[in-house]
Write a protein that binds this ligand. Structure first.
Ligand code: 6PG
Length: 237
């Protein structure tokens, strides 16, 4: 595990974007699962502004680690945010964008997306393998859309599950723990003081960490990176 701490959210985005770009240099097709929420917004803007020509987007396949069960044009759509801030700004083939169809019946879409992952992704240890899974950290210790009250979804035998937001009841589609931990690389991005307590609990294995889905992230590859700003890291520095 490598913990990278930068002074600001923007610098987190800048350094993560360089890390993202370096991963793609391999020359092969690269399969990346994006995270949702607001943190990635600044990353998408950085990639759109400074990596439009620097990344061979035709070799990049983009997926989502989770999606809200809303239409793609809905303000809460993870795909919609990415389309607005990044996809509309770069020359990436439409067939390389593998969005979760939040507008479709959740259980059906979870099954469809799981089957697609099984077909599209390279395999390792008999499981679909992303080259990179990008994850955010919720203030309650959730990651992707696996929340503490449904932590059992982490150990699902399925590649994807239907989850429920604990406060709003909103349905979500999420990839499961075995797909997340089979990734070649996992990058957590967490910024802001509101994440500091959970960052400390998880990284120092304190308090209630065993009941936090984010503490179950432990890639078999060993390649786990935390990109933090000073505020999110303030309890561990
Ligand atoms: C989502 C995410 C979720 C997110 C965290 C952090 O769909 O909301 O995938 O896991 O990464 O909730 O969200 P923020 O970046 O908005 O704090």
């Amino acid at each position: 595990m490598e913990i990278k701490i930068y002074p600001s959210r923007l610098e987190v985005a800048q350094h993560f974007s360089e890390f993202f770009s370096d991963l793609i240099r391999s020359g092969e097709e690269v399969h990346i699962a994006l995270s949702g929420g607001s943190t990635p917004m600044v990353v998408f803007e950085e990639l759109a502004e400074h990596y439009r020509e620097r990344i061979p987007w035709a070799r990049v396949h983009l997926y989502w680690g989770d999606e809200r069960c809303v239409p793609p044009v809905h303000e809460e759509s993870n795909y919609g945010l990415c389309a607005e801030r990044l996809l509309s700004q770069i020359d990436i083939p439409a067939e390389n964008i593998h969005r979760i169809k939040g507008e479709d019946p959740p259980a059906l879409e979870a099954g469809r997306y799981a089957a697609m992952l099984g077909e599209m992704l390279p395999r390792k240890y008999r499981l679909p393998r992303f080259d990179l899974v990008m994850l955010g950290l919720g203030e309650d210790g959730h990651t992707a859309s696996i929340f503490p009250h449904e932590i059992k979804l982490w150990d699902s035998r399925n590649y994807c599950e239907v989850a429920t937001h604990p406060v709003t009841g909103q349905k979500r589609i999420t990839i499961s723990g075995k797909v997340i931990n089979n990734a070649a690389n996992i990058a957590f991005l967490a910024t802001g003081a509101a994440k500091a307590e959970k960052v400390k609990e998880i990284l120092q294995q304190q308090g209630n960490y065993k009941n936090l889905p984010a503490s179950k992230v432990s890639p078999r590859s060993g390649e786990l990176y935390w990109f933090l700003d000073r505020e999110a890291a303030r309890e561990i520095i």
